[in-house]
Design a protein around this ligand. Sequence first.
Ligand code: ACM
Length: 521
Amino acid sequence: MTERISIVPRPARVEGRNGWFELKPSSRVLCAGPGAEAVAELLAAYLRPATGYELPVSQGEQRQPGDVVLVAQGEPAPDDAGFVPEAYACDVGEMVTLEAESAAGLARAVQALRQLFPAEVYASEVQRVEWRIPCARIEDSPRFRWRGLHLDVARHFFSVEQVCRFIELLAMHRYNICHLHLTDDQGWRIEIRKYPRLTEIGSTRAGTIIGHHRARPRQIDHQPYGGYFTQDDIRTMVDFASRRHVTLVPEIDMPGHMQAAIAAYPELGNTDQTIEPRCHWGISQHVLNVEPGTVRFMQDVLDEVMTLFPGRFIHVGGDEAPKHQWSESDRAQQRMAELGLKSEDELQSWFITQMDEHVQSRGRRLIGWDEILEGGLAPGAAVMSWRGEKGGIAAAQQGHDVVMAPGHHVYFDHHQAEPTAEEPAGIGGLSTTEHVYAYEPVPAELADGQAHHVLGAQGQLWTEYIPTVRQLDYMTYPRACALAEVLWRQPGEKRYADFLERLGEHRQRLAVLGVRAHPRP
Ligand code: ACM
């Protein structure tokens, strides 16, 4: 019977049993325990469109065959990284019983349960299908706490509905983190009430480069391109994610990748040049200056961001900040001298420390790309290792928490097969699903006492060459299925051949959802 069970990522323990459970028009969703009702409502909302059943949700009624019961055993306090235990059990017999230590665990159980039904369960209209699932017992918990996908909404903008769809799909794979890259040289995409020009000016660029960034001569399409999220939009997405027990991690990238902000507020920059949001890709030389007013400005921005995003971690970027303007600027050199700093790297470190202290003073934790290690890093700050694993290893050895996001394995803007002629331009690189599946997030260099600092890993969707949802799906899937399994399963339990077999069935689910995944493998 177990061969019918093809959940992605594969749960830790699956025991097939004889017989079937059938969801019926009379089935109900019953719940008990803290936070269980909201998850029960989510499950009912998932199942209603395709089944056409009413599936009323209620607490503590007499259970009967055909019901689905959700029990949250408690409301565990989050750990210092903001995570709660997600272990759950799913028992399918005459009834389905989902039981978990926390409501977050129930949310994972719901996603596993959905995958037990025929793929048509993912349809948005009533399907003529018997809603039978094989009797089984699943006992499950994830290997890593941070199971993330990142989405760059700055290079290309995605609407609230499109981001919610992205979140829905990652939640389906039992990811729990969606990192939103909200600002960059090419566009500022979040309303900040105190500084309205960030979106009035910074959210629209005059055009977008045509073709690959390295192509010459460089051509711009001269079509104004813009978009941003209002604070209400952000609240809508945060609410959508939190109902799925997914945390949105906001990124305000500084002190580099700030050309759009400097275009809006030139006093943040280092030069008298008049600049606009950037129309092509690559790294801008325009970085923030290090004046007290600029530090305050960015702390004000983070204050509004922290009001909107309830999660523990606030991402401040810190990557790819060229130091040329600071070397050339008398004011920056004077600030360095005033602060007793010996290098521009130390100046960047000082800047990030100002943000770290601010974020910590509000009970949150800072995370940034691995450049934030250069010049020293405050305790409590976490590092996202993207330039390979070196930064992550060094950070964990120094006692910092780490999220592994190395380009060579989990940059999903890289090709996943040798591109065919008709395929749109991509940033380059090659990272196949098999390569992603083989990824081990805990580097061998870490001693036993350091490995726990690896919170998990994350796949990156940089969108220079991803202008549409269709292309986003194509680049994300099926690689995100493979990474989900890397993050969920214990080392030594992964089997690529077994994954491929399940992926075959899983592709039907994705197809019902309208996801045009890459055909390989
Ligand atoms: C990055 O890819 N610049 C973090």
